[in-house]
Design a protein around this ligand. Sequence first.
Ligand SMILES: [Fe+2]
Ligand SMILES: [Fe+2]
Length: 307
Amino acid sequence: MSTIDNINLSSSPNPVVVPINKSAQLKATNRTRPGVEILPRKPKFGPFDKINKYWAMGNPAVSFGQSFFSLVIPEGEKFFIRTVNAVRDQITDPELLEDVKAFAKQEGVHAKYHDDFNAHLVKYGFDADAITRDANQLFTFSEKIFTKKAALAITAFAEHITAMGAAMEFRFPEFTEDSDPKAVEFWHWHAAEEMEHKSVAFDVFKEVGGSYFTRVGAIVGFGAISSVFFPRLVLRELKGFKNHQSSEVPIPLSRIARKYPGINMRMAKFGSWYFMQYFKPNFHPWNIDNSHYIDEWKSENPNVNYA
Ligand SMILES: [Fe+2]
Ligand SMILES: [Fe+2]
């Protein structure tokens, strides 16, 4: 198994696989994972109303990108749940069915929490209703034109991308150092759960006989549709964000680059390596073992409530 630390980018610790906690609230499914449970949680973050406009690294570009992503997430996660549930009657493996339940529960909670987080971004010029409407249109259109298997392949790929982003959050703490601590706490919880369930959609896709051709072809098809939907949406939201007057002093990208020398290259190198793994014919999400990040997050957050 290649591990996330095999590529020589920094001196991150070796992966540590912690034995399954027998007292866990959900049955441990452990289908393909190295001792990792999928545990839906309901942490208490308190109100997000003090989240600043430049909450991500103090930088406007990064904050806009992350905020926009956050605003798209709820519709995306509802789509992920629907595409997995659409083939649920073809799943015969009881452990995988347990995984599907836990996956849907985690994504459902994520969507609700992001709605809370996003509600406070509206004051910075975002048109959340328009983003939700457009994202919903993109995903429902995709469900109409793709087969169930191809729509599921889009979810499997999206899960790979979110798992990559989650791994980067933990691998590059510089990325969150100048960010709003409440936002970091929130995003780290989401990231840890994304890593827990990163193989579920992929496993379901394989279970229903998804081929390599469909897995890759669906990415190309969805990419083409998104390229029609998204640019207009991004430009409109960017206009609202820029027009919002803020007294916050932004941290320019040049200062971030000086503070963390080489961070851009290291992140780009790691991100492209992670991204490309998906295109290997024998890829499986747990070929990249980043379970140690989940263990670290769990040991730092022992008192979260379970959903
Ligand atoms: Fe999620
Ligand atoms: Fe996910």
